[in-house]
Ligand binder design. Structure first.
Ligand SMILES: Cc1cc2nc3c(=O)[nH]c(=O)nc-3n(C[C@H](O)[C@H](O)[C@H](O)COP(=O)(O)OP(=O)(O)OC[C@H]3O[C@@H](n4cnc5c(N)ncnc54)[C@H](O)[C@@H]3O)c2cc1C
Length: 438
C-alpha cells in the first residue's frame, strides 16, 4: 500500500494551499520542494532587523475572496494591516506618495497636470465599464499592451506610472503585457489606496500553511536524496550538496555537441580577462537582443549572470549595434515603442535614429546608465564574414566609472580585435551563432 495519496510539487502558495486543503480532507500529502525554504515567490528576507518582501508585497482587500477566506481560517487576520502610502512614484530623485488616493487629484503624486488629466481620461472608460477580471479582453482596453495604451494617452503615463507599477507588482514588460488585467485589478480592488500587507512579511501565510502541512527542510532533502541516489548530486563534508559526477558526464557530452559555442566562450573568457568586466555575445531576437554567451567580470562589483538574458534593442549597447545595421530591426523596435528603464534611456524615436547614425559613424555603441543606473556598456559589431552582414554584437558591461570616459578608447580597441576574430571564425564556419529571430 503506498504511503502517500498525493505528491504536490512546489511549496509556493499554490502548492501549500492545495496540500492544506487535501490534508484537511484526510489525504496523505507530501510536498516536494527544490529550495531549502518553503514559500516560492512569497518568501521574505530578514536583514538587519528589516523585513524585505522580494516578490509579492501587497494584499488587495477586495476581489480575492479565496485569499481572505484562508486568512480567516488560518487566523492570521491580525497580521494584516493597511499600507499608509501603498504606491509612491519616484520622480526627479524623490518619492511622491499617495498615488491612487483622492488627494492625488490635488498633489498628482508627482505627475504633471497634463499627465494627470490624461490619467483620468484613461481610467474613465474602465470605471464606467466595471472591468470584469475574468474577461480582461472584453473591456474598453481590449488586447492593447501597456505600450499601445501609451500611444493613446501619452508615453509618459506608461513610463512614469503603468510600467513601474506593473513591473514591480507583477514583473510585466510593457511592450508585451496587456493593459486590461492591470487596470481591472486597479478598478476591481477599488484603487491601490486600499491595498494592505502583512505586518511581518508577505511570507506570513505560506509559513503558517507550511507549519500546518508539516513541510520542513527535510522535504527538500528528500528530493535531494533521490538526486544523490542517481549520481546527480554529491554530499559535501559540510553536509551540503554539490553537483554530482553524472553531471560531469552530461557536461562532457554537451561540450562535444556544442564545441562551436564553446570556442565562442573561450574568446569571451580571454576578453573578460583583458577587460576585467562582464562580456557577452548578443544576437537579435524580434525587438530585443538576447545574450547567447556571457562571462562574468572578476571584480566584486560587476554585472552578474542573474541579470536578464534579454533586453529591448534600444537600451543596451549590443541592441543599438544590431539595430544600427538592420533597418527592419530598427523599424520593428520603433513600432513597439522605446520604454525607459532609467531617466537616461533614449525614448524619442528621432533621437534613437540619430544615436544609431553615431554608432555606424563611430563603429561602436555605448549605453551609459540607460538600462540600469550606474551600469554602462560598450558594444561592437560581429559580421557573418568580412564585409558581410552584422549578425551579432560583443559587448562589455560594468560600473559606469570603469567602462566609459577615459577607459572607453582602450576598451573599444580590445572589443574590436575580439569581434574581428569572431567574424573570421564565423566566416570559416568555426562558430555557429545562428540568428535567433522570433
Ligand atoms: C514581481 C512580482 C510581484 C508580485 N506581487 C504580488 C503581490 O503584491 N501580492 C500578491 O498577492 N501576489 C503577488 N505576486 C504573485 C504571487 O507571488 C504569486 O501569485 C504566488 O507566489 C504564486 O504562487 P505559486 O505557488 O503558484 O508559485 P511560486 O511562488 O513560484 O512557487 C513555486 C514553488 O515551486 C518550486 N518548484 C518549482 N519547480 C519545482 C520542481 N520541479 N521540484 C520542486 N519544487 C519546484 C519553486 O522552488 C517554488 O518554491 C507577485 C508576483 C511577482 C512575480
Amino acid at each position: 500500500m503506498p504511503d502517500l495519496d498525493v505528491a504536490v510539487v512546489g511549496a509556493g502558495l499554490a502548492g501549500l494551499a492545495t496540500a492544506y486543503r487535501l490534508a484537511a480532507e484526510g489525504r496523505r500529502v507530501e510536498v516536494f520542494e527544490s529550495e531549502d525554504v518553503a514559500g516560492g515567490r512569497m518568501v521574505s528576507a530578514r536583514v538587519g532587523g528589516y523585513t524585505i518582501d522580494r516578490g509579492a508585497e501587497t494584499l488587495a482587500p477586495l476581489g480575492y475572496p479565496a485569499t481572505w477566506k484562508l486568512i480567516k481560517e488560518l487566523d492570521i487576520g491580525r497580521e494584516v494591516h493597511r499600507i499608509r502610502y501603498p504606491v509612491a512614484l519616484w520622480r526627479d530623485g524623490r518619492a511622491y506618495p499617495w498615488l491612487g488616493h483622492p488627494l492625488s487629484a490635488l498633489t498628482g503624486a508627482g505627475m504633471p497636470f497634463a499627465v494627470r488629466n490624461r490619467m483620468v481620461k484613461m481610467m474613465l472608460p474602465g470605471l464606467r465599464h466595471g472591468m470584469d477580471p475574468m474577461n480582461p479582453a472584453d473591456t474598453p482596453y481590449g488586447a492593447s499592451t501597456l505600450t499601445e495604451l501609451g500611444e493613446t494617452y501619452g508615453p509618459e503615463m506608461v513610463r512614469d506610472m503603468l510600467d513601474p507599477i506593473s513591473a514591480s507588482a507583477f514583473g510585466w514588460v510593457p511592450e508585451r503585457s496587456a493593459a486590461a488585467p492591470l487596470l481591472s485589478i486597479v478598478v476591481r480592488t477599488r484603487g491601490v489606496v486600499r491595498w494592505r500587507t502583512y505586518r511581518h512579511g508577505q511570507d506570513t501565510m505560506v509559513t503558517e500553511l507550511a507549519r500546518r502541512v508539516g513541510v520542513a527542510k527535510s522535504t527538500a532533502h528528500r528530493t535531494c536524496s533521490v538526486l544523490v541516489g542517481r549520481g546527480l548530486l554529491d554530499r559535501t563534508p559540510a553536509g551540503g550538496y554539490r553537483l554530482g559526477l553524472r553531471f560531469v558526464e552530461y557536461g562532457h557530452l554537451a561540450t562535444i555537441r556544442s564545441a562551436v559555442r564553446d570556442r565562442g566562450l573561450s574568446l569571451l573568457v580571454e576578453l573578460r580577462n583583458t577587460l576585467g568586466e562582464t562580456v557577452q555575445i548578443g544576437v537579435p531576437a524580434g525587438i530585443d537582443v538576447v545574450y547567447v554567451e556571457r562571462v562574468e567580470g572578476m571584480r566584486a562589483l560587476r554585472y552578474a549572470t542573474e541579470n536578464s538574458r534579454r533586453s529591448p534593442l534600444h537600451r543596451s549597447s549590443a541592441g543599438k549595434v544590431l539595430a544600427a545595421y538592420d533597418r527592419e530591426l530598427l523599424e520593428a523596435r520603433l513600432r513597439a515603442g522605446l520604454p525607459a528603464s532609467t531617466g537616461y534611456t533614449i525614448v524619442v524615436p528621432e533621437l534613437f535614429v540619430a544615436e544609431l547614425d553615431r554608432v555606424r559613424h563611430r563603429g561602436y555603441a555605448r549605453s551609459v546608465d540607460e538600462t540600469e543606473l550606474g551600469m554602462s556598456s560598450l558594444a561592437v559589431p560581429v559580421w557573418s564574414r568580412p564585409g558581410g552582414a552584422v549578425v551579432a554584437a560583443i559587448s562589455m558591461v560594468g560600473p559606469t566609472s570603469r567602462v566609459v570616459a577615459e577607459h572607453e578608447v582602450g576598451h573599444v580597441s580590445v572589443l574590436v580585435a575580439g569581434a574581428r576574430r569572431l567574424t573570421d571564425a564565423l566566416a570559416r564556419g568555426e562558430y555557429a551563432l545562428g540568428p535567433r529571430r522570433r
